[in-house]
Structure formats: structure tokens, C-alpha cells
Design a protein around this ligand. Structure first.
Ligand SMILES: Cc1cc2nc3c(=O)[nH]c(=O)nc-3n(C[C@H](O)[C@H](O)[C@H](O)COP(=O)(O)OP(=O)(O)OC[C@H]3O[C@@H](n4cnc5c(N)ncnc54)[C@H](O)[C@@H]3O)c2cc1C
Length: 262
């Protein structure tokens, strides 16, 4: 089986702090990490590969040259090889242009059975790229995959997370699955894996290497543009409510009614 995993390098947003004077994000010293959901996507692929010598896992990322770091990390965990899509022409892409680029690379790879992606990236936060890639490749997709029940080489049966339960879906391959963190616990890199990762291939492609047109990629092709970005106002100070539990509950209800929450 041939498995592809789409991974994104993201700033570790848990560590982003706001400059109280200027109100802007402090980005200096914020490390870049493998997007957490993508780590689960990779783990799912590696579990399918464990013990199956005929299964290969290729990771794909679109990003600047330093995005190679996450590819090396994925290969140190056990991926066989990787593709970096890097070019100034890809820069400033919104999700439509991003998915065109990644789908273009996958069209060139051509031979695949399952594509894994994370549900969502913690920086852009749209959860659009996975489904758009599936659409552009003309293959079925299942999003929010929280369990892989079986895979017989022709179909995959998965459990898809819903707000109030789950649904079991059988999907023919090739297909694209986006995964949530409940799916598994990602493995760590091994020392042997880290050494071996540097021996593995990173293929670097630009817009001339993949079947995409100039009007499908990068900022100029993006139907959406970020018009303004700003740091949200900090939440107001909390208030302490005094009194017996009954009095306090009445005050809370009064406050919520005033704010039209209730
Ligand atoms: C309206 C809008 C305008 C934007 N404009 C700009 C801009 O001007 N400049 C700019 O730099 N960015 C811009 N972005 C951000 C850019 O579109 C996103 O970083 C990118 O498209 C991925 O979307 P996301 O982060 O929401 O990923 P999601 O859709 O949340 O990611 C889901 C999954 O898709 C896969 N994936 C996502 N991105 C990649 C990738 N690059 N490589 C491989 N796999 C990936 C991963 O598996 C990931 O878990 C914009 C976004 C929006 C919504």
C-alpha cells in the first residue's frame, strides 16, 4: 500500500504571547512545530506500515525551505521519504491555492491508496485544506476520523467523530482521511530513526515540477485575501459575587440576562 501524509509546519501557538504595549503578537523565539493533528495523521499511517513491509509512507509539505525540519522529524519517526513544495510562487496562498499546489504534487505522484491529513492546522485554523485536496483529486473523503476500524486494501472502515456521537463509514480507496487527536497517541522519534532520517530522500519541487498553472497557485490566485489582522481585546476583569449560593446564583442569572446570554 502507498500512503501519503500532508503535514504542515506551524508556530507553536500555545507559546505565543501578546506585547501588552503594542498589542501585537510576539513571534520572536516562537518555535516551529509539526502541526499536532498531522502528528496523529502520520501515526495512523505508520501504524498501517508497522509490520507491513510492502507499505510505504511519504510525507508532503508546502512551505519555506525550513519546513524541511518537519519532514526530517516525520522520517525520523518512520516515514520512508518526503516531498517539499517550496517556491516564492506558492507564497501567500489561501486554502484554495494551497490545496491546488498540494493536489498538483499528488497528481504527479499518481500512485497512492490513502492520503492522510490533519483535521485542522493550529495557525490558519480553517480545516479546509484536506477536503479541498480530495475534491481536486476527485476522490472520496472522510473528515474527523477518530478510529480506523479496518482496511482490506480496497476499502477503509472508519469511525467519524460527530458533536453528539459518531458514524461508521466504509470508504473505497483511494481516499483522503482527515484525523482528530483522539485517533491515536503519536510515537516519539527514535535515536536510530533520527540517524536514518538524514539518509532518506527529500524531494523538492517548485511550480515547474507539478501540473499546476500560474493562475492556480500563490497569492495572486487566491480568491481570499487577509484584509486586516489584529489581536483580540483581552477579556475584562472577572467579578467576585458574594452571598449565599442561592443569592450568588440569582446574581449570575441577572448578569447573564443583562448581557442577553439568557
Ligand atoms: C482568508 C485567508 C487568507 C490567507 N492569506 C494568506 C496570506 O496572504 N499569506 C499566507 O502566508 N497565508 C495566508 N493564509 C493562510 C493559508 O491559507 C493557510 O496557512 C493554508 O492554506 C493552510 O490552511 P490552514 O492553516 O487553515 O490549514 P487547515 O485547512 O486547517 O489544515 C488541515 C490539514 O491540511 C494539511 N495542510 C494544511 N496546510 C498544509 C501545507 N502547507 N502543507 C501540507 N499540508 C497542509 C495538514 O494536514 C493540515 O492538518 C490565509 C488563510 C485564509 C483563511
Amino acid at each position: 500500500m502507498k500512503i501519503l501524509v500532508c503535514v504542515k509546519q506551524v508556530p507553536n501557538t500555545n507559546e505565543v504571547k501578546i506585547n501588552p504595549k503594542t498589542g501585537t503578537l510576539i513571534r520572536d523565539g516562537v518555535e516551529s512545530i509539526l502541526n499536532p493533528d498531522d502528528d496523529n495523521a502520520l501515526e495512523a499511517a505508520l501504524q498501517m506500515k508497522d509490520g507491513n513491509t510492502d507499505t510505504t509512507v511519504t510525507v508532503i509539505t508546502m512551505g519555506p525551505p525550513q519546513a524541511k525540519e518537519v519532514l526530517v522529524e516525520c522520517m525520523a519517526k518512520g516515514a520512508d521519504d518526503s516531498v517539499l513544495l517550496s517556491s516564492r510562487a506558492f507564497g501567500g496562498a489561501d486554502t484554495w491555492a494551497t490545496s491546488n499546489t498540494i493536489a498538483g504534487a499528488i497528481k504527479r505522484i499518481a500512485d497512492y491508496d490513502i492520503i492522510f491529513a490533519g483535521r485542522q492546522a493550529i495557525d490558519g485554523d480553517t480545516a479546509q485544506v484536506g477536503p479541498q485536496i480530495a475534491e481536486k483529486l476527485g476522490i472520496p473523503q472522510v473528515t474527523y476520523v477518530e478510529r480506523i476500524i479496518s482496511c482490506n486494501g480496497k476499502e477503509v472502515t472508519v469511525r467519524r467523530q460527530l458533536e453528539d456521537g459518531y458514524e461508521v463509514i466504509q470508504v473505497p480507496m483511494p481516499c483522503l482521511l482527515t484525523v482528530v487527536k483522539e485517533l491515536n497517541k503519536p510515537r516519539y522519534m527514535s535515536v536510530k530513526g533520527i540517524y536514518e532520517a538524514y539518509e532518506k530522500d527529500i524531494t523538492v519541487w517548485n511550480e515547474n515540477d507539478i501540473p499546476v498553472r500560474a493562475d492556480e497557485i500563490g497569492i495572486n490566485a487566491s480568491p481570499t485575501k487577509v484584509f486586516r489582522s489584529f489581536t483580540p481585546d483581552p477579556k475584562g476583569k472577572g467579578i467576585m459575587i458574594e452571598g449565599t449560593p442561592k443569592e450568588a446564583a440569582a446574581k449570575v442569572i441577572g448578569e447573564l440576562k443583562k448581557k442577553h446570554v439568557l
